[in-house]
Ligand binder design. Structure first.
Ligand SMILES: CNc1ncnc2c1ncn2[C@@H]1O[C@H](COP(=O)(O)O)[C@@H](O)[C@H]1O
Ligand SMILES: [Zn+2]
Length: 340
């Protein structure tokens, strides 16, 4: 089963750049860009993927600071982007929608940040021709609305020159921080200008905010952990898929066990859903591994794994032609198995 899942040409729709650097890549990054091969750093890397039993979302968010240090220079950010693309390509991801929060510091401005990531995506095409990568700039909800406005303005600017690469806007960050309604204006502007919206929604139990988000609308829903049966029905009626990230939800303590994961209900009610990693580095996973968890926890068959992949193709923000090509790759894979 592992081989079947590993070789399946998968589609990753929910991955944060700085959360997708695994320990090996972090070590590569520290060594190549900063010349750091110290044992102390190796210990920090080991601690990075280690989760206590009583872990929670706050503890997860503390971990991002560690990676952000390493990507706080232009060279670090550039190499990190390349490593993340390499790691997804090595996991046979044929299509990746990468999200990242543009940051500003003494080394780069938010515009530079997005340019570096975008240019690295473009350059990686030669080295990793089997993976198609799109970019979704993220709004961090714990930052001021003015930052969100700058992020959307930059995304729109880049979408003009690279419409096939910059396809949407993500709303993420610590779910207890910021007020969703403060961001509605800027999110609506992005949407009116043609960007798709992916929103981290119902990652914590906040019924008024969930209501606001659902009535505002989105193209895909990140997590949806605390959606009620009624909310799930509403999402299904609107054909909005839930991005299910099993390891992320369990390790961050928002879902108590894999068995309890809402993916089960979504499959039973035949509601739109996609399997994703969220932060494959922080949560020490891969899309192959997430599929294996789905198979082992819910007795999902190979055919259902193929269907889940085709569903991700359908809900991706790729062009019609790109989606056809992706589906064809999956079809070829299925055919190759039959002739084995
Ligand atoms: C665990 N569930 C989650 N919920 C909400 N936001 C999350 C997240 N996982 C990641 N992020 C958001 O993505 C950033 C890291 O990638 P970038 O620096 O943007 O590339 C985090 O700092 C957080 O803002
Ligand atoms: Zn996420």
């Amino acid at each position: 089963m592992w081989k079947f899942l590993k070789e399946m040409p998968k589609v990753e729709l929910h991955a944060h750049l700085n959360g997708s650097l695994n320990t090996n890549s972090l070590r590569d990054l520290a060594e190549k860009v900063y010349g750091n091969t110290s044992e102390e750093f190796s210990h920090l890397c080991a601690r990075f993927v280690n989760f206590e039993k009583d872990s929670n979302l706050d503890k997860c968010f503390e971990k991002f600071a560690f990676v952000h240090e390493l990507t706080s220079t232009a060279a670090g950010l550039q190499y990190a982007t390349e490593l993340v693309i390499r790691d997804f390509a090595n996991d046979n991801i044929q299509y990746l929608e990468l999200r990242t929060t543009p940051k500003a510091n003494k080394n780069y401005l938010r515009r530079d940040y997005l340019r570096i990531v975008l240019d690295t995506i473009k350059r990686s095409r030669k080295k990793y021709p089997n993976i198609l990568v799109k970019l979704l700039p993220s709004i961090n909800r714990s930052e001021p609305v003015a930052v969100a406005e700058e992020t959307v303005a930059l995304a729109l600017e880049l979408a003009k020159t690279d419409p096939d690469l910059v396809v949407g806007i993500d709303l993420s960050g610590i779910p207890t921080k910021g007020k969703f309604t403060d961001f509605c204006g800027v999110l609506d502007l992005a949407r009116r200008e043609g960007l798709k919206l992916v929103i981290h929604c119902a990652e914590i139990d906040n019924p008024p905010e969930i209501k606001e988000m659902l009535s505002f609308g989105m193209s895909r829903c990140g997590h949806g952990t605390y959606l009620t049966e009624e909310d799930f029905a509403q999402m299904k009626a609107a054909n909005i898929p839930i991005e299910c990230c099993l390891t992320s939800n369990v390790k961050s303590g928002s879902v108590s066990s894999f068995e309890e994961h809402h993916l089960k209900r979504l499959m039973e009610s035949d509601a739109p859903r996609v399997v994703c990693t969220d932060d494959s580095g922080v949560f020490d996973t891969s899309l192959t591994n997430e599929f294996l968890l789905v198979v082992e926890t819910f007795n999902v068959t190979r055919d259902q794994c193929i269907d889940l992949t085709l569903e991700a193709v359908k809900h991706s923000f790729a062009s019609e032609q790109e989606r056809q090509q992706m589906a064809l790759k999956v079809e070829h894979y299925v055919n190759s198995l039959q002739t084995d």
